[in-house]
Design a protein around this ligand. Structure first.
Ligand code: ACM
Length: 274
């Protein structure tokens, strides 16, 4: 593995078939490049995206509490991380409680090679996700992983600048961003998110279409790794699977943009609304 100052990161672009969890896991993990420190897989990468009902989403859910028995997706991710030394971030359905108290989250799991793991629950639900999932109930998290600070957000969180800003204020040097993007603007917007926060972002999107509800969704690929000054270090096309791989120095450059300006220290929160 590389020293903490320099990491190899990958945004893995997949094409899952709805409901084929084992095949989707096999295909996604086969795309994770060897020798990576951090690999990000898409949102809901093992199940597929367009659930017909909350009950259907629940049938794919895993309990991600630290003391819970690992579900099939968690088990495969943990085994891959342990075998390869790669920290993985990937999206899946999370359940908490049962029966009347059941809560479902569109979550991202971070799994380290030593088996430790952390979770983010998507805060800004997109479209029909509001009918399926409970909104995330915890602040945007930053975790120590692969020798740096990794912040997590999921897909539509991109359109709220507060998400990436919260992660930057929490010390994130790399944003891991699992996606199932259908709107056309995120890949461009993430350039600005990186620039305004001096962070790297690894945005992993899927390709292909789903139409299980009469509302066809076409996923836009374009998985990418963006650097703190907005440079795209790697980018995949809008079709096809693969991995956008880049070598990054997570702490460089920092938040100072001129001799007299710092992106975080120069903020004027007292003058901002809300
Ligand atoms: C999205 O948040 N999956 C667009």
């Amino acid at each position: 593995m590389n020293s903490p100052r320099s990491l190899t990161v990958a945004a893995v672009q997949t094409s899952p078939v709805f409901g084929r969890v084992d095949a989707n896991l096999d295909a996604a993990l086969a795309l994770v490049p060897g020798g990576c420190d951090l690999a990000v897989l898409p949102e809901l990468f093992a199940s597929g995206y367009q659930f017909r009902s909350r009950a259907e989403a629940a049938s794919f859910a895993e309990d991600l509490a630290p003391d819970a028995a690992s579900g099939p997706v968690t088990t495969r991710l943990a085994a891959h991380a342990a075998a390869t030394g790669t920290t993985l971030v990937a999206g899946l359905v999370e359940r908490e409680g049962a029966n009347e108290g059941l809560r479902l989250f569109n979550s991202a799991l971070l799994v380290r090679p030593d088996g430790t793991r952390d979770v983010y629950r998507k805060v800004h639900l997109f479209m029909d996700e509001k009918l399926l999932f409970d909104p995330g109930d915890r602040p945007f998290p930053v975790f120590a992983a692969c020798g740096t600070k990794v912040g997590l957000m999921i897909c539509f969180d991109w359109i709220f600048p507060e998400a990436a800003r919260s992660l930057a204020l929490g010390g994130a040097r790399v944003i891991a961003h699992p996606c199932n993007l259908v709107l056309p603007w995120c890949q461009e917007a993430m350039v600005t998110r990186c620039l305004e926060n001096a962070v790297h972002a690894v945005t992993a999107n899927r390709v292909g279409c789903e139409n299980r509800t009469g509302n066809e969704l076409a996923f836009s690929g374009g998985s990418q790794v963006v650097a703190p000054r907005g440079e795209r270090l790697a980018r995949l096309p809008s079709t096809g699977t693969g991995a956008a791989v880049a070598r990054i120095a997570p702490g460089v450059p920092g938040t100072q943009v001129t001799l007299r300006n710092d992106l975080l220290a120069d903020r004027r929160p007292g003058l901002y609304r809300g």
